[in-house]
Design a protein around this ligand. Sequence first.
Ligand SMILES: Nc1ncnc2c1ncn2[C@@H]1O[C@H](COP(=O)(O)OP(=O)(O)OP(=O)(O)O)[C@@H](O)[C@H]1O
Ligand SMILES: [Mg+2]
Length: 251
Amino acid sequence: MAPGVSQVAQPAIEIIHLAKAFGSKVVLRDFNLGIFPGENLVVMGRSGIGKTILIKCIIGLVKPDSGTLRVFGQDISKLNHHELDDMRMRIGFVFQSSALYDSMTVRQNLEFPLRRHRRKKISHSIDELVLEALTNVGLESAIDLMPSELSGGMRKRIGIARSLILNPEIILYDEPTTGLDPITSEEIVHLMLELQKKYKTTSVIITHDTVLAHEAANRIVFLSDGIAYATGTYDEMKSSNDPEIKQFFTR
Ligand SMILES: Nc1ncnc2c1ncn2[C@@H]1O[C@H](COP(=O)(O)OP(=O)(O)OP(=O)(O)O)[C@@H](O)[C@H]1O
Ligand SMILES: [Mg+2]
């Protein structure tokens, strides 16, 4: 376990014997993992291996075939619609494609989760929260732009701002630096680390980017063959003799 991460605390997320197939295609077979509060867990693995499906199961967007998924100690399969909605408010999700609504301005995109989760007691006005979220990612000036007017890096930042606007305790990032040049990637990594420090979130970060993994991960889990094939620190993974893991770290 990496320094600064408490193993004594109850895991923020517990994944036990998780299985998911699409027809005859088995994606997750027997996936087991505990993710601790405040941890930055990086998930790596080949394209199409099931990383996105794994985090979609965590947020209840994909229903597993079997196994148990506890978030903040609650079994998500036992939650009713409202309870699941409340749970989702505590989890931010930065999608693989930034998933902004193209017909809405940046402001409207950021207002969207606030209006959707009206039931949450919000002490600040919507305008204040939108501005704070944009300030967090350094894009106050983009408030009235349309997504088509943003660069890839800006879209990622706005995606991060939107997922943080409800002040989530857990944030799931799906390939936050993919498709960005090295300098913009580095900016996004620093932004993620800064925000994590400020809000003390637990983060699950899917990435192929070894620079991001190196800078952000307390622990890496390597997903292969439907299981948590290997877990360890960046240095442990980098020095692994397993041919499949080696390929990832020698590029
Ligand atoms: N709704 C679906 N119906 C059928 N198959 C699906 C569905 N969603 C995902 N899959 C399949 O599940 C497998 C895992 O997909 P997933 O998106 O989790 O991969 P990934 O590891 O995130 O890949 P990448 O690195 O390319 O994003 C893939 O083979 C994909 O085709
Ligand atoms: Mg994916």
